[in-house]
Design a protein around this ligand. Sequence first.
Ligand SMILES: Cc1cc2nc3c(=O)[nH]c(=O)nc-3n(C[C@H](O)[C@H](O)[C@H](O)COP(=O)(O)OP(=O)(O)OC[C@H]3O[C@@H](n4cnc5c(N)ncnc54)[C@H](O)[C@@H]3O)c2cc1C
Length: 440
Amino acid sequence: MNQSYDAIIIGAGIIGAATSLALGRKGWRVLNIDKLPACGYGSTSGSCAIIRPYYSTIDGSAMAYESHFYWKNWADYLGDASASETMLDESGLIKYVNCGSMVMKTELNENLKPCLDMMDELDCPYDEFSPEQLREKLPVWNTESYYPVKLPDDPAFGIANETPLGGAILFRAGGYITDPQLATHNIMRAAERVGGTFIYNRSVVGIRQGNGRVCGVTLDNGDTIATPVVLNAAGPHSSKINQLADVEKNMKVKTRALRQEVAHVPLPEGYNPDTACVTSDSDIGVYTRPEHGNNLLIGSEDPPVDQHEWVDPDDYNREFTEQWRTQVLRVCQRVPALEVPNKIQGVVDLYDVSDDWIPIYDKSDLAGFYMAIGTSGNQFKNAPIAGEMMANIIEACEQGNDQDSNPIDLYLKYIDRTVSSGFYSRLREVNQDSSFSVLG
Ligand SMILES: Cc1cc2nc3c(=O)[nH]c(=O)nc-3n(C[C@H](O)[C@H](O)[C@H](O)COP(=O)(O)OP(=O)(O)OC[C@H]3O[C@@H](n4cnc5c(N)ncnc54)[C@H](O)[C@@H]3O)c2cc1C
């Protein structure tokens, strides 16, 4: 292959595709390379694709609240709000089920007081639910408290505390996307319309350098492709790609792959998927949402009692373990009508976790080499804005800006607020305000 490109993006997950679209809109000729057979087949395809506006920091929350509007105005983001679905993508467009996200008030989240202060600052709407109102909205839920989160073999597991939950908050700017892989495909088609190229079944095995900067990549078939700009958007393989480029040593925040299990179980009797919403429940350490096929999806909020399973992304256990059952049993505390099925279904996949569970959207110490990594199980929702932020960082740096001393700002048009990309620097101190969990 002897073409050259203005930029090469390693990875065609949702982050790589969104950056391709944003650079393409600036007139760049971009090539995405993915070792899998199609876009969004990596960790994006395993995503629970939950949309919610609250994070543990104001910058994280601002980006997430802004993202809600991108999902709501999806065709507009893809380039033409008046075009038919099939004109934008022959496979159709994703649906944003804007059912809201119900977060239990718990000891761990200080009854959501700090979170609501941030929501007020952002003018982000929410509704208070008393325990009675919560039981009305989710009739199969009980409002007992079981905190701290335990393993099922703990004798105290399932025994309610004296004081029940204080209620919950429903964040209206939330819900979920029906198909995260299709979302990536939608973006990929939009990126192609502005000149982007995607190739699959090819691994990047080398980052080529000359005169102190990036000058191309080498593929697993020996081909080389010239480019002055390379973006690492390799998801759980991000650390391996950074090592290929030899850019990790001065980074204060690094990334590694974390194994995760998500359970899909038949809906309990009485659960109405049409009126239900996403739930986030740090009292029992799990989140849920309705899933295709009349199932309930159950993910983990990474409570301290569970061991983190850091893995090599090329060599990890893809089978379900006892963790699957643990997550289901935790929901059985809250929803006694839920039955543990014999058939195990769900997802085993990887997060690309940074040291503070906040992503890195930044340049590197190698001129021309950039990174959009460390998405820590929580950046699917933010991908369109992450793509725009990365494109602006790359453009400014290539025009001579020093991102480290003068990080670019990004204007969030829907919520009329500006955020600094410096928040996502690889050189930041580990952010102690983070939840150090998938909640970000
Ligand atoms: C189980 C699970 C649940 C999640 N739930 C949510 C959620 O509810 N809400 C939310 O906002 N986020 C969620 N996330 C996180 C979100 O899905 C990720 O942050 C996002 O999908 C990451 O996208 P990505 O493009 O960075 O990575 P990926 O989708 O993994 O894409 C990276 C791509 O790079 C390719 N690649 C790697 N190395 C090479 C190489 N050497 N050469 C060529 N290609 C290469 C891979 O094949 C892959 O396709 C979840 C993640 C998981 C795993």
